[in-house]
Design a protein around this ligand. Sequence first.
Ligand SMILES: C[S@@+](CC[C@H](N)C(=O)[O-])C[C@H]1O[C@@H](n2cnc3c(N)ncnc32)[C@H](O)[C@@H]1O
Length: 222
Amino acid sequence: MTFKTEGDCQSSNKINYTDHWDAAYSKTTTDSLGWYEENSTPTLQLIEACQLPKEAAILNVGSGSSTLIDDLLDLKYSNVIASDLSLQALSQLKNRLKATAENVQYIVDDLTNSTALKHLKNIDLWNDRAVLHFFLTEKERTAYFDLLKHIVKKEGFVIIATFAKEGAKKCCGLDVYRYNTAMLQESLGTDFELLETFDYTFINPNGDPRPYVYALFKRVNI
Ligand SMILES: C[S@@+](CC[C@H](N)C(=O)[O-])C[C@H]1O[C@@H](n2cnc3c(N)ncnc32)[C@H](O)[C@@H]1O
């Protein structure tokens, strides 16, 4: 099976998600993945709006082999954490970064059943692009938001970019649960203040439009 684009992937109800994502990353190159973004411009724009110090703890959840990490290092952020369910994805990221690879902390963990990330504290920025929408059950979504609330500090920021309500129904062969800004706000609760939100249509490497909603929140209460 090849995992070139969303459409090429196959789905299964009884899927082993670690195997699924490891296979997706091992069967093709980063720039052929259906979610590959050469420039993480919308995310970088929101990160810039946070005006974080360079030593801020930036946690990229479900990081995959995203080039956002390269960009954060280029911008001289010195406390970047890349986390993913897939060791394969993080290994590819590390190999690509070469000399700067040691400037990133890599954590393999499951956002819906955390054993490692839950020990982090005082995260300044939680960044998620294209991960939350894979959590189909209430239990998984609750675990995701509980983890976020456990480790993001007061005055910290949350950026979530997820498939929009009118967006695609699948990604990498998996069903997705789609969002609007109000749903994200409801999940985060009143301790998180919405600072900015916009719709953004990502054109995937296959040329297909993928509508996303982006939202930036600030934690105003703990
Ligand atoms: C569509 S990719 C997006 C990758 C990256 N954020 C980007 O924008 O290129 C989804 C990522 O979420 C990861 N993922 C899926 N389920 C996860 C889970 N339960 N915990 C942590 N990561 C997960 C996958 O391994 C994959 O790297």
